[in-house]
Design a protein around this ligand. Sequence first.
Ligand code: CP
Ligand code: NVA
Length: 309
Amino acid sequence: AAQLKGRDFLGLVDFSPEEIRYLLDLAVEIKRKHKAGEAYQPLKGKSLGMIFEKSSTRTRVSFEVGMYQLGGQALFLSRNDIQMGRGETILDTAQVMSRYLDGMILRTFGHRNVVELARGATIPVINALSDQSHPCQALADYQTALEHKGKLEGLKVAYIGDGNNVLHSLMMGAAKLGMHFSSASPEGYDPSERSVQSSIEAAAETGGSVRILRDPREAIEGADIVYTDVWASMGFEEEQKEREKAFKNYQVNEELVKYANPDYLFMHCLPAHRGEEVSEGVIDGKNSVIFDEAENRLHAQKAIMAAIM
Ligand code: CP
Ligand code: NVA
């Protein structure tokens, strides 16, 4: 715990398996306290800046409410309303914000923006989604899986669809936690080579594994967790039509989930497009835990903030 104080939370790659497990345990404990009505306010008097360059429902609300519950306050800073939108550099923004705030989150396009903000800041910076990764999501997802399955090590995670930010963080999390990850994406939509390589290296230390496949049936075979995400992420809206064609055999539906474990968990970071990446029957079916995942964004992010701020 002590060695997490002052750290940035930019990607799970930067954290050891022990640190990730510590954050998961803390998230479970924070959730328990919250449900029991016990106050937990380690961040009294502290302020969090939240810079958003993209839309958000879950991330914005859960960070803002989470910071309040921890005893602090949060400021929503839309990129277009702060001087960054008129060209003030990220480095200057980072230094100015560091004089007022105790922590910052950034949701942005290029991952280098998050890295640059963290480099310029003297306060902890949290990645609230970049084109490369979405580590807060993966932490909440593994908290959810842990709560439903009682353990994580050895479980099989299958991701079907776009090789995007959500895939990258889910894959790295699985590798760090000793799980078996497989994904299936159409040609041209594979996860980033660098992300795959570093996840394979992380898995080698934990007894986990990583397989990048083409065939959804092969990927989903025997899966304990079945995950998918939208076909066109934020920033890729104009590719929607061509992506619908490329992904048409990658829908998670009743036919495909027959190959998963009968007690598989269906997961999705949300927002979802029913009838595209997932059928209504699956996402609204009895194996779906999508709203537990959404809820756990709150508890997992409170754990991150309490640990690093
Ligand atoms: N899953 C997620 O990050 O949702 P929002 O885009 O609504 O924040
Ligand atoms: N992959 C999606 C996740 C949204 C939470 C996106 O980047 O738009």
